[in-house]
Ligand binder design. Structure first.
Ligand code: ATP
Length: 254
């Protein structure tokens, strides 16, 4: 039996008459690197938003670690270990590297329900958050650079900081929404290497339209087309699927 970390059941999102995500069943195994690909308008971003909680499904459910999280807002999903990155991650440019990471660690960790509870919680958790921040900086290759202002960091280092911010929320699973969008081939390679270096022990779901990129990095690939799952399997299985070739290349041999 597989050890599922994230499942969707009959996940559906309608925008008026348009069914953007249509009865999608995903079953992602703990530790897996899964990619979700599909041509423009296939429903990738909508699926991503249903998983993070930015959108609520019209029908169906999202289960994370055995818990139905369909009704939970994004920040509560993050606290349960379902992290997300890049397009939603904010690097505060006026803050230092350490402050950025610390803020993310704090936001993900505080558990108090009222300001008073939070205040009472705070003393103990300060040491805890500081230690966690150090561990994250070390893991991300940023220890010793904590006092640098995010604003003046080089492009590649900023990406490193973005990943550190995700890691600070202590995710069991990370949702990556087109992390290399707009990058050169060289920057794409560096970013994927960095993800591999820093997040390789987490379950990853990469939303991506670059089919060549996902072929290289994924354990399994789910192909969406017109809101539905068209194909699923290892990179080899998916790339040999005639329906995938049809959807991507219009039947023309690539
Ligand atoms: N808020 C919305 N209101 C109405 N229609 C929407 C909304 N968001 C997405 N859609 C539509 O749902 C369909 C799926 O869009 P989605 O952005 O999820 O696809 P995608 O696979 O991410 O595409 P792309 O690669 O172009 O970003 C598209 O037809 C899109 O126009």
């Amino acid at each position: 039996m597989t050890d599922s970390i994230l499942k969707t059941q009959n996940l559906t999102k309608e925008f008026g008459k348009l069914v953007a995500v249509d009865d999608v069943n995903l079953d992602i195994e703990r530790g897996e690197f899964r990619s979700l690909i599909g041509p423009n308008g296939a429903g990738k971003t909508t699926t991503f938003n249903l998983l993070t909680g930015a959108l609520r499904p019209t029908h169906g459910s999202v289960t994370f670690n055995g818990e139905d999280v369909s009704g939970l807002p994004p920040h509560k999903r993050v606290r349960r270990g379902l992290g997300r990155s890049f397009q939603i991650t904010n690097v505060f440019s006026g803050l230092t590297v350490r402050e950025n990471v610390r803020l993310a660690a704090q936001a993900a960790r505080h558990q108090g329900f009222t300001p008073v509870e939070e205040f009472l919680d705070r003393k103990d958790s300060f040491d805890d958050v500081n230690e966690h921040t150090d561990r994250v900086l070390e893991r991300s290759g940023l220890l010793g650079r904590g006092d640098e202002l995010a604003d003046v960091m080089a492009y590649g280092d900023k990406r490193r900081l973005e990943i550190a911010i995700v890691l600070a929320t202590d995710p069991e699973m990370v949702l990556l929404d087109e992390p290399t969008a707009g990058m050169s081939a060289e920057e794409t390679r560096e970013t994927m290497d960095l993800i591999d270096e820093v997040l390789s022990d987490r379950t990853l779901l990469l939303i991506e339209h670059d089919i060549d990129l996902v072929m290289r990095v994924s354990d399994r690939i789910t192909v969406l087309h017109r809101g539905q799952v068209l194909s699923e399997g290892t990179p080899d299985e998916v790339s040999e699927d005639p329906e995938v070739r049809e959807a991507y290349f219009g039947g023309v041999e690539a």
